[in-house]
Design a protein around this ligand. Structure first.
Ligand code: C5P
Length: 242
């Protein structure tokens, strides 16, 4: 293996920086990207980003910003200052919020000569049910239509792509094309446990449908031999990488 895989993202769903860094060091020959969610970020603090970078990983900061435009713009600038390669916001925050964030990060990147992180949008959460969206949010109609509408807002705001379920990926890809980025969680190799994920796809299927990044946590974190598991996944998706 010459290069770590650019399409796999390990979800660092662990409770300490020590464990997270151990995973990065262990798997960096195979995986380039590491997702830091609120649990790890809150348990360890912002220096976890630095540790991951120093251990050789790229960071997707999964904090799903959602607030007034100015606050999200400032949060985006702080994420840029930390040097994360990617972070996300909720499309539900609106076009103005997403645009403000994108523009503030772009200005900061130019002024400080730092790379501009990719900014991704979360549409609906997979935990949102049709009944909940209708009754609690007051949005009737199919969930997919709401997801497409939210994704369209993200595109209009100039964001770089979306986090999307494997189930919605083909429709999103058709709607928004290949020059956008599609990050897909809920991935389960055919041989692994589904855990609490209801709608899953195999790495091979998701890549075949045009995913750019596969977010995988437990199938790797709880594997008896994580290195072997990752290599099996890489082997499985290799023919699908163009
Ligand atoms: O362990 P598992 O592979 O299920 O982890 C998937 C990761 O992707 C978790 O960090 C989870 O929070 C995240 N995620 C998800 N479904 C979404 C969005 C994010 O599973 N729709």
């Amino acid at each position: 293996m010459s290069q770590p895989n650019e399409h796999l993202m390990l979800a660092l769903d662990v409770d300490s920086g020590l464990k997270a860094v151990e995973w990065v060091k262990r798997l960096k020959p195979f995986i380039s990207w590491y997702k830091v969610g609120s649990r790890l970020f809150l348990a360890e603090g912002p220096h976890i980003i630095d540790h991951i970078h120093k251990s050789g990983g790229k960071v997707f900061l999964d904090l799903k910003f959602y607030d007034i435009p100015n606050t999200v713009a400032q949060a985006g600038v702080e994420a840029s200052r930390m040097g994360v390669e990617m972070f996300n916001v909720h499309a539900l925050g609106g076009i103005e919020m997403m645009k403000a964030c994108r523009e503030a990060c772009a200005d900061f990147s130019i002024q400080q000569h730092v790379p501009l992180p990719r900014i991704l949008a979360v549409t609906l959460l997979t935990s949102h049910s049709k009944i909940m969206v209708e009754k609690e949010m007051g949005l009737p109609g199919p969930l997919l239509l709401h997801s497409i509408r939210l994704a369209r807002m993200a595109k209009e705001a100039g964001l770089d792509g979306i986090i999307t379920s494997a189930l919605e990926l083909p429709v999103m890809k058709k709607e928004f094309g290949s020059d956008w980025r599609y990050i897909v969680p809920g991935i389960r190799p055919s041989w692994s446990d589904h855990n609490d994920q209801k709608r899953v796809e195999t790495p091979q299927e998701a890549m075949a449908q045009g995913a750019d990044f596969l977010v995988i946590g437990r199938p790797i974190l709880t594997a008896q031999n994580p290195e072997e598991t990752v290599q099996k996944i890489i082997l499985e998706i290799s023919p699908k990488i163009v």
